[in-house]
Design a protein around this ligand. Structure first.
Ligand code: C2E
Ligand code: CA
Ligand code: CA
Length: 539
């Protein structure tokens, strides 16, 4: 898309900047939320894994230590209680968390670390213990001897003799698990589960597994022991989600503000044009104008060109009307004057004396208070007595300007001719011909292109040419592309022709070639002009 279209569209619709900023900010909000949630969940999962690993190792270590202590007692299950009771009592007393140890022979407990000899069926003591298993663990809420506190009953079967074994009752202290769990706020608790009973960190009572909250985060088995650890918690706690959303909103507001400021700066009306002037992106091309019946150029029309560094060539009518809309036509025309003055000191060496030099002027520059000063300064910069100047002014100027008459008089006083440009495209064109004093009438290329097409415009063109003849106006037909068009126009008395049929607009170097065969120009024209003004850049 041409640059001017892009810039103009944005400049005319500032709400686009708001929509664009809002859109980008919404996308950055979504992106922030997605990334933050993903990162938070990942970090939480890592932390949970770490906690689970630590807890699992702790439980295995405690159970293994216990097993190591109880293992030597297996030999005593074949002995007499009186002989081993002291050793049993000492083991129970010296091992933390052990309440008592019972030695079992032939499924009957015969010796207690607490009370010495006894004879009770194992099922009378711990009804749910499965003494057929090598290792069995039961959680109990407390027995008379257990002072109502939860405990763990550990059964270790004798490896050689089924029916014999060691039954130990252990205090079930959840403090270490609470401490572990408290390392992470997101971990809401743990449960030790054996069979269909469980004990949790939030309620140190033995409960049925049915009473456990559903869907723990993880269930971990403890290898070698019939017990499981359940972990409860949240991967993405509500609090974190709130913080992420708040931070996301902040980011969105920040992004929106930055985008808005940047877009406004970037799309600041006219920035591109002023930058183009400063960076020397503009130059002028000159299109020859032929007098009917002559082969040599009668005059030149200066046409401004903008080669944007990224967008390439920007069409003249696009950037001119954009500059008009942004009130930048005055600095742009001043720049045009400076460029023409610079070129003129080269052109005057190749272009014959008296060559007409047409310059397009925008209506808004004509009405500017500095217009007369700008023109005088420009004339002072030009080679003396070499070119004859023609200001090309469109009909729109006359529509909007009440004192156009006075201004045209002033232009004539400067010895500058006036051409009415794009004739026939505006309103009341014929009326202006009688009202104002013009030197040339430029027939719009739309008319010229309709020649031979049997459209309604050809009769209109006929009428215009007849009127111009009567008013003794010189006529320039622009946009002549074919010999047929040229002949049609010549036959109807058009005095001057301009168009690709004769020449495209040419750069200074090309013009030198174009004029190489014509009358010699002033060799030393630069010297007689006085100083050559440098091309001014910036405002
Ligand atoms: P315009 O004053 O009517 O200029 C003639 C336009 O017709 C030029 O287009 C020229 O390149 C083009 N042209 C010439 N011969 C032919 C042809 O045989 N066929 C076709 N299809 N086109 C032809 P350009 O240079 O793109 O300029 C477009 C308009 O932009 C100009 O129309 C003029 O209104 C404006 N413009 C150009 N340069 C300046 C400038 O320096 N100052 C101001 N104020 N306006 C300018
Ligand atoms: Ca023109
Ligand atoms: Ca035109």
């Amino acid at each position: 898309m041409p640059l001017s279209t892009t810039v103009r569209r944005h400049a005319l619709q500032p709400h686009r900047v708001v929509f664009l900023s809002a859109g980008i900010s919404f996308l950055s909000f979504l992106l922030f939320i997605v990334i933050s949630v993903a990162v938070t969940c990942h970090q939480r999962a890592e932390a949970h894994n770490q906690l689970i690993g630590q807890t699992r190792s702790y439980v295995i270590r405690v159970m293994d230590e216990l097993k190591q202590i109880l293992l030597p007692l297996q030999a005593e299950t074949f002995d007499h209680c009186d002989r081993v009771r002291d050793d049993l009592a000492e083991q129970a007393a010296s091992t933390p968390n052990i309440r008592y140890i019972l030695l079992v022979n032939n499924n009957a407990a015969f010796c207690s670390s607490a009370s010495g000899p006894m004879n009770n069926e194992i099922h009378q003591i711990s009804p749910f213990t499965n003494d057929n298993k090598a290792v069995d663990i039961r959680l109990v809420s407390g027995a008379p001897m257990l002072r109502g506190k939860p405990a763990m009953v550990l059964w270790l079967r004798n490896p050689t003799t089924p029916g014999n074994g060691v039954l130990a009752t252990l205090n079930l202290n959840m403090t270490p698990y609470l401490l572990l769990a408290s390392q992470q706020r997101e971990n809401t608790g743990m449960a030790i589960v054996t069979g269909d009973t469980a004990i949790t960190t939030w309620n140190e009572q033995v409960i049925n597994t049915d009473a456990l909250p559903p869907n723990p985060l993880r269930r971990i088995a403890i290898p070698g022991y019939p017990m499981m650890l359940y972990f409860y918690g949240e991967i993405l706690p509500e609090r974190d989600l709130h913080i992420i959303i708040m931070a996301g909103l902040l980011v969105a507001v920040l992004v929106a503000s930055i985008c808005y400021v940047l877009f406004r700066l970037r799309l600041r009306p006219g920035k591109e044009i002023m930058q183009g002037i400063r960076r020397g992106e503009f130059h002028v091309e000159y299109q020859p104008i032929i007098a009917t019946g002559s082969d040599t150029a009668y005059g030149l029309e200066a046409l401004m060109r903008w080669v944007h560094p990224t967008e390439g060539r920007v069409p003249a009518d696009a950037f001119i009307s954009y500059a008009e809309g942004q009130n930048l036509i005055v600095p742009l025309t001043r720049h045009l004057f400076a460029l023409i003055a610079r070129d003129a000191h080269q052109l005057c060496k190749v272009v014959p004396v008296g060559t007409k030099l047409g310059i397009n002027l925008s209506p808004s520059h004509l009405t500017n208070p500095d217009f007369r000063k700008d023109v005088r300064q420009w004339l002072a910069m030009m080679p003396v007595d070499h070119f004859e100047y023609v200001f090309e002014i469109t009909e729109r100027t006359m529509v909007s300007e009440s004192n156009a008459d006075e201004m045209f008089d002033w232009i004539h006083q400067q010895n500058i001719k006036i051409a009415i440009d794009d004739f026939g495209t505006g309103h009341s064109a014929l009326l202006y011909l009688e009202k104002f004093h013009f030197d040339y009438l430029k027939i719009d290329r739309g008319f010229v292109q309709s020649i031979g097409m049997k459209t309604v415009t050809s009769p209109v063109l006929d009428t215009v040419l007849t009127l111009a003849r009567e008013l003794k106006l010189k006529t320039v037909a622009e946009g002549v592309e074919t010999n047929a068009q040229a002949q049609w126009l010549i036959n109807r008395g058009v005095t001057h022709l301009q168009g690709y049929f004769y020449s495209r607009p040419l750069g200074v170097q090309q013009l030198a070639k174009y004029f190489s065969g014509s009358q010699p120009a002033s060799e030393d024209c630069a010297d007689i002009s006085g100083s050559i003004a440098p091309v001014k850049t910036g405002k």
